[in-house]
Design a protein around this ligand. Structure first.
Ligand SMILES: [Zn+2]
Length: 108
């Protein structure tokens, strides 16, 4: 997979979370799934998903900033806002650690 630049990622993330294909896949996830794929708990879809930590969000299994397809139904799963955020922070943290490690190894 070619390495994405910061601009590519921003572009992808922006495009991925707007427009009709995104709204369609989002509606499909909300209609077809009832539990958070990350923690396994039921998601109360009546909570405000934009603000409530336990509100519903669509999480990308293969994140957009790692080159995931934003509109592929198999890449989109229901998740609590809280779980979505925690998972993405963990993934980003893990990637940053790997990058700094590879720099250290190259410097030896
Ligand atoms: Zn959850």
């Amino acid at each position: 997979m070619p390495r994405l630049t910061k601009q590519d990622i921003e572009q992808r993330t922006k495009q991925g979370r707007s427009g009709r294909p995104w709204r369609r896949v989002q509606a499909q996830v909300f209609a077809e799934e009832s539990h958070c794929w990350w923690c396994g708990q039921w998601v109360d879809q009546s909570l405000p998903g934009q603000t409530h930590p336990m509100g519903r969000t669509v999480d990308h299994v293969h994140p957009l900033w790692m080159g995931g397809d934003p509109h592929d139904r198999t890449n989109c799963r229901l998740a609590h806002r809280r779980c979505n955020t925690i998972r993405n922070n963990q993934l980003r943290g893990a990637q940053q650690r790997r990058e700094s490690l590879s720099v250290d190894v190259a410097a030896l």
